[in-house]
Design a binder for this molecule. Structure first.
Ligand code: FES
Length: 144
């Protein structure tokens, strides 16, 4: 037998190790972005505040914007009364829509309904929409 040839058992071990290595590399390549997407954001912007001009929020209407990297909505149900809520449905994360004629939010994915204060009115959402503090500063609304 030639000394340069590998025995079938060593060849099998070599192939197993190579396939395991390639599998681990491919798993890491696809798994890392998924893990980053699913993991909570760092607390670096947890104290961030955002300013929105007051006139962007009509009475009875909604204004959608980004806050801490997530869709957020401002409402003014009565003149001078502002509410800021996350616009991300607590069921599976779809973005809720404001229905001005009904005065409530509707999630287009599975029909979840939320009140103007974020409480669950119906459908599968397990929890209310998160509320953020809003302070009026001149003609600006400060959220956060
Ligand atoms: S994601 Fe909103 S009801 Fe399912």
């Amino acid at each position: 037998m030639d000394q340069s040839e590998l025995s079938p058992a060593r060849r099998r071990t070599f192939l197993t190790v190579m396939l395991a290595g390639i599998g681990a590399a491919v798993g890491a390549m696809f798994g890392w972005p998924v893990l980053r997407y699913l993991s909570p954001r760092s607390g670096a912007d947890a104290d961030a505040r955002v300013r929105v001009p007051r006139d962007k929020v009509p009475v009875g209407g909604a204004h959608f914007f980004e806050f801490r990297g997530r869709p957020t909505v401002l409402l003014q149900m009565r003149p001078g009364e502002f509410t800021a809520l996350t616009a991300v449905c607590t069921h599976l994360g779809c973005i809720v829509k404001w229905q001005q004629n009904k005065g409530e939010f509707l999630c287009p994915c599975h029909g979840g309904r939320f009140s103007a204060t974020g409480e669950v009115l119906g459908g599968p959402p397990p929890a209310p929409l998160q509320n953020f503090p809003v302070v009026l500063d001149g003609d600006q609304l400060v959220i956060g």
